[in-house]
Design a protein around this ligand. Structure first.
Ligand SMILES: NC(=O)c1ccc[n+]([C@@H]2O[C@H](COP(=O)([O-])OP(=O)(O)OC[C@H]3O[C@@H](n4cnc5c(N)ncnc54)[C@H](OP(=O)(O)O)[C@@H]3O)[C@@H](O)[C@H]2O)c1
Length: 269
C-alpha cells in the first residue's frame, strides 16, 4: 500500500478463466496480499498450496479482508455477489472492480453502498499467457484507484483507459477477439488440409504465421504487411479477390457488431 510499505490486499471473486489467470500472475509478482473465493472450494486448494493465496470461505469474508475486490464471475452472477459483499463494503474505502461483460458501472453502483469506488475492466483470455489486453474505466470515487487497478491488470498484458460508452464495442473487439482469431486459424488449417497438406503440418504453418504476423503488426500497419506480401497479379492478390467476393470483410464487421449488440443487452442498464 502506498507509503506504508504494506502490500495491497487484493481479493478475487471467481477463480475461473479470467480470475484464475490474474491470480496466478499477481501471486508470481509477490506485490500483493491475495485472497480468492469461488462457489467451488475445491478450485481454491491449488491456489493456496502452490501460490500462497488465501482461500476465503465466502465472498463476504473475502470482501471483509480486502481493499480492492475484483469480481470475476459471469455477468448474470454479479448482482448476487454485490448483495453478499455489500455489508463489508459499507462505510469503508474499499474499491470494487468488475470484469463482467456488459455490466455497467451504474448497475454495479446500484448494488453497492452509495459513493463506493467502482471500476470496470474488460480483459481478454490472452491474460492466461500474460499477453492479454484490457480496457479500464471508473466512476468518480474510483478515479483515484485507476492507476493502481491498471497496474494490477498490467501483470497480464497491455492496459488502456477507455470511456465506458465504448466498453461494449471493446468487449466485441478484443474481449471476444481471441475466438475470432482462433476461428480464422481453424479455417486456414482446414483450407490447407483441403489443398493436401497434412493436418499437423498445416497447424504448425498457420500457428507460426499468426505469431510472426502479430510481431510484424507491432511495427507496420496491416496495409503495409499486405502490400509486402501481395505481388501485383500474384497468388495473394488472387486470394484477396476470392475472399472479398465471399464477403470476408463484411462478415467481420457483422460479427463484431452482433457481439457489441449482445454486450449491450447483457447488463440491462
Ligand atoms: N472468458 C473470457 O474470454 C472473458 C473475456 C473478457 C471478460 N470476461 C468476463 O469475465 C467474467 C468471468 O468470465 P470467465 O470466463 O473467467 O468465467 P468462468 O471461467 O466461468 O469463471 C467464473 C468463476 O466464478 C464462479 N462463480 C459463479 N458464481 C459465483 C459466486 N456467486 N461467488 C463466487 N464464485 C462464483 C464460477 O463457478 P461456476 O462454474 O459454478 O459458475 C467460476 O468458477 C465474466 O463476467 C466475463 O464476462 C471473460
Amino acid at each position: 500500500m502506498e507509503g506504508t510499505g504494506r502490500k495491497r490486499r487484493v481479493g478475487i471473486i471467481g477463480a475461473g478463466k479470467i480470475g484464475g489467470s490474474l491470480l496466478v500472475r499477481l501471486a508470481a509478482s509477490g506485490d500483493y496480499e491475495l485472497s480468492v473465493s469461488d462457489t467451488h472450494p475445491e478450485r481454491l486448494a491449488e491456489y493456496e498450496r502452490s501460490y500462497g493465496v488465501g482461500a476465503a470461505s465466502s465472498n463476504a469474508e473475502l470482501a471483509e479482508g480486502c481493499e480492492i475486490i475484483i469480481v470475476a464471475v459471469k455477468p448474470w452472477d454479479v448482482a448476487g455477489v454485490l448483495h453478499e459483499i455489500y455489508p463489508a463494503v459499507e462505510g469503508t474505502e474499499k474499491a470494487v472492480t468488475s470484469v463482467a461483460a456488459g455490466v455497467s458501472i451504474a448497475s454495479i453502483e446500484d448494488g453497492l453502498p452509495p459513493g463506493t469506488a467502482v471500476l470496470r475492466v474488460m480483459p481478454n483470455v490472452c491474460a492466461s499467457v500474460g499477453l492479454g489486453s484490457a480496457v479500464v474505466t471508473s466512476n468518480e470515487p474510483g478515479r483515484r484507484l485507476l492507476p493502481e487497478v491498471m497496474a494490477i491488470f498490467r501483470h497480464v498484458g497491455d492496459v488502456i483507459e477507455l470511456p465506458e460508452r465504448l466498453f461494449d464495442a471493446a468487449t466485441a473487439l478484443h474481449g471476444s477477439g481471441p475466438a475470432y482469431v482462433a476461428l480464422f486459424a481453424d479455417a486456414l488449417i482446414q483450407a490447407g488440409v483441403r489443398e493436401g497438406i497434412p493436418r499437423e503440418v498445416a497447424r504448425r504453418l498457420v500457428n507460426a504465421t499468426l505469431q510472426g504476423t502479430a510481431v510484424l503488426l507491432k511495427e507496420q500497419s496491416p496495409h503495409q504487411v499486405r502490400d509486402e506480401v501481395m505481388t501485383p497479379g500474384g497468388t495473394t492478390a488472387a486470394a484477396f479477390v476470392a475472399m472479398e467476393k465471399a464477403g470476408f470483410v463484411g462478415a467481420v464487421y457483422d460479427g463484431v457488431n452482433a457481439a457489441a449488440e449482445r454486450a449491450r443487452g447483457l447488463g440491462g442498464k
